[in-house]
Design a protein around this ligand. Structure first.
Ligand SMILES: NC(=O)c1ccc[n+]([C@@H]2O[C@H](COP(=O)([O-])OP(=O)(O)OC[C@H]3O[C@@H](n4cnc5c(N)ncnc54)[C@H](OP(=O)(O)O)[C@@H]3O)[C@@H](O)[C@H]2O)c1
Length: 262
């Protein structure tokens, strides 16, 4: 995946109306990609499109609905130059699984898992036939452990990592040049915690990442074919220590700060 694409290549970013998705849009536009931007808040996408110096198509779509997914799948089919798909749209919930509203749990699985499956399937076939392109699945360091009050989030992000590693194995087996990545950020300044209703003050400053640093790490990692990308030194260390631990040890690990989710 070249860092500066040839002309007429396009990237599709879901959840581009704020946070990491918006930053992906800005950074990819600066690298010369034309863009297809997806989110429910269409007016935000139109505002962003006005600022970007490339061709931008905006799609107002709710990716937990059949209608929304269908719209984005059609856009992928209609774009033979699609070179990069960023499955970024996502959200968190609060509370023990059995106490949390089932609609939120269902929508989280629909968005993190099913939307990723459907859009990746639509994009990968043509990419493999052209033998170029890439898919970035925006996961989380939460994929490496489970915290009380965060079970569906950690589980869907762990699925994203497994799915991405599986695709990488298949692509390498098929001798394809197409690359996939699971991006695993830690706490990042975006609208995520506002939507979730969590006060950032409970989390120490040194744990926060900036969205542009996270996106730069991701795009650098894609260029070098890295499959699991963990931005930031602290989180690299945490991931390296926690990933190999057996469940018997991981289940006793506690967060080093107050984060009252459950
Ligand atoms: N911020 C963090 O600390 C952090 C850490 C690790 C991983 N992540 C992951 O990073 C990704 C991006 O989140 P963010 O931090 O940038 O948060 P954000 O600023 O809240 O952005 C979330 C984006 O997802 C979109 N979205 C949510 N539900 C959607 C739906 N049903 N259909 C279509 N789009 C939907 C939102 O757009 P609309 O509301 O306009 O639809 C928004 O553009 C998520 O997958 C999240 O899990 C975030």
């Amino acid at each position: 995946m070249p860092s500066t694409p040839p002309s007429a290549t396009t990237a599709l970013v879901t959840g581009a109306s704020s946070g990491l998705g918006e930053m992906f849009a800005r950074r990819l536009a600066a690298r010369g990609y034309n863009l297809i931007l997806v989110a429910r808040r269409g007016e935000r996408l139109l505002e962003l499109a006005k600022e970007l110096p490339v061709q931008v198509q905006t799609i107002c779509a709710d990716l937990v609905t059949e209608d929304g997914l269908g719209k984005v799948e059609s856009a992928i089919r209609d774009c033979p130059s699609l070179d990069l798909l960023v499955n970024n749209a996502g959200f968190g919930t609060l509370g023990y699984f059995w106490e949390a509203d089932i609609a939120g749990q269902r929508d989280m699985h629909a968005l993190h898992v099913m939307a990723t499956v459907r859009l990746t399937h639509a994009a990968l076939g043509p990419m493999v036939r052209r033998n170029r392109g890439g898919v970035i699945n925006v996961s989380s360091v939460a994929a490496f452990s489970i915290n009380p009050g965060n079970v569906s989030y950690c589980s869907t992000k762990a699925w994203m990592n497994n799915f991405t590693e599986g695709l990488d194995i298949e692509l390498r087996h098929a001798k394809s040049a197409v690359r996939v990545q699971a991006l695993c950020p830690g706490f990042t300044y975006t609208e995520f915690h506002d939507t979730l209703g969590v006060d950032r003050k409970g989390i120490p400053d040194w744990l926060w990442l900036k969205a542009d640093d996270v996106v730069e790490s991701s795009l650098r990692g894609l260029g070098s074919g890295k499959v699991i990308v963990v931005p930031g030194l602290v989180y690299k260390l945490v991931a390296a220590l926690v990933r190999p631990l057996p469940y018997g040890i991981r289940k006793h690990l506690k967060r080093p700060f107050k984060d009252k989710r459950a």
